[in-house]
Design a protein around this ligand. Structure first.
Ligand SMILES: NC(=O)c1ccc[n+]([C@@H]2O[C@H](COP(=O)([O-])OP(=O)(O)OC[C@H]3O[C@@H](n4cnc5c(N)ncnc54)[C@H](OP(=O)(O)O)[C@@H]3O)[C@@H](O)[C@H]2O)c1
Length: 225
């Protein structure tokens, strides 16, 4: 039975990944922060694991709990947007910078060495849920400055994880889910969460069409870094 680990699975895109992989008969480990979300994941029939990605202790604890596990797919999904109005005219304050960069960037840096050994050599895929807003080539506005900078960093992390791990056969992707109707994307977003995750799963499932070390959206379109 194939296996997936979804990091940040309590709601939105992470929950939908968890639900769709479970419905496809996969064995799924999925992380949560609150008791309410632990119960939600347990009731879905997956293995809930406690993880605040900003906690060094939780990340170390996850390493212990995953010892000996093997996954076909790891989805690095947990993320925060931060202030909508940050821009080159309105830089973030220290606590906001720390929250967004620690959650989106530092956590991913710390989780890479913890989860990489759990990916099946030759067929495992590490999927970073990034954003088109992190594309430097496509940047056309500084709206959401802090989020953009954090996702540009996530893209660099995905590329470097590819550089360091592709010799083991593990594939590393940076993925843009579209503008999705979740708590983060809001009710006016363009894509429903089911469509976004179905598309992302298709990209993840096709290593020949979507090779390691690249950036794709949920429709399989190649994006410029
Ligand atoms: N929605 C969009 O339009 C869109 C577009 C591009 C990229 N993305 C990316 O897609 C990913 C998921 O976004 P979403 O729209 O599903 O957002 P969401 O509905 O706000 O969900 C965010 C998820 O991240 C988790 N999370 C946040 N901080 C965490 C922490 N410190 N430790 C552990 N988990 C944490 C949340 O867990 P809790 O429930 O515990 O808070 C929740 O499961 C993010 O990386 C986001 O940047 C989204």
């Amino acid at each position: 039975m194939p296996g997936a680990l979804v990091l940040g699975a309590s709601r939105g895109i992470g929950f939908e990944f968890t639900r769709q992989y479970r419905d496809s008969g996969w064995q799924v480990h999925a992380t949560y922060r609150s008791e309410e979300h632990r119960l939600r994941l347990r009731d879905l029939g997956v293995h809930p694991l406690k993880l605040d990605v900003g906690s060094v202790e939780d990340v170390a604890g996850l390493g212990w709990q995953l010892d000996g596990e093997r996954f076909d797919v790891v989805v690095m999904n947990a993320g925060v947007f931060g202030p909508r109005d940050s821009s080159t005219q309105k830089p973030p304050d220290d606590p906001t910078f720390d929250l967004v960069m620690r959650t989106n960037v530092l956590a991913a840096m710390r989780l890479i060495p913890v989860v990489m050994p759990c990916l099946s050599a030759q067929r495992g895929t590490m999927a970073f849920i990034s954003s088109r807003m992190g594309s430097i080539s496509e940047a056309s506005s500084s709206y959401g400055l802090l989020y953009r900078v954090s996702k540009a960093s996530v893209n660099m992390l995905a590329k470097l994880a590819h550089v360091d791990y592709h010799a083991t056969g593990v594939r590393v992707l940076a993925l843009h889910p579209g503008w999705v109707r979740t708590d983060m994307g809001g009710p006016n977003a363009e894509v429903d969460v089911e469509t976004s995750v179905e598309g992302l799963r298709r990209v993840i499932a096709e290593p020949l069409a979507y090779p390691s070390g690249q950036f794709f959206d949920y429709r399989g379109t190649s994006l410029a870094w």
